[in-house]
Design a protein. Structure first.
Length: 116
């Protein structure tokens, strides 16, 4: 489901159309574009909800919002990359997985590290 600007403002009653447009202009929210204007998907709505909470509930100022969003984007990107590595590891033969597990254990100083 994709929403238009006015529909987003209706969903988030604390958000004005002007604010939404500013957030898009600043790159905090990156909706897809259609012939009739921006369309906001579920990921955009979650990000809008986060920005609303940061600003309203946590009193985060406009200078800090993009920093927080960038850090979260990096975190989610790393999690996605790690999932891909684990998936690729699980596709390897047992001896390769065991060697890698041993190597990871030695480097981290932990014992019993094993991919699922």
């Amino acid at each position: 489901m994709k929403l238009r600007e006015r529909e987003v403002v209706e969903v988030f009653r604390v958000l004005t159309l002007r604010q939404l447009r500013q957030w898009v202009q600043r790159g905090w929210i990156v909706p897809s574009q259609s012939e009739t204007g921006p369309l906001f998907d579920e990921v955009d709505l979650a990000r809008i909800r986060l920005v609303c909470e940061l600003r309203r509930d946590m009193n985060v100022n406009d200078d800090a919002v993009p920093i927080i969003l960038e850090l979260l984007d990096q975190l989610y990107g790393l999690r996605r990359d790690l999932r891909a590595v684990v998936t690729a590891l699980l596709d390897q033969p047992d001896d390769v997985r065991q060697k890698l597990t041993q190597s990871l254990s030695a480097k981290s100083g932990k014992h019993g590290v094993s991919p699922r």
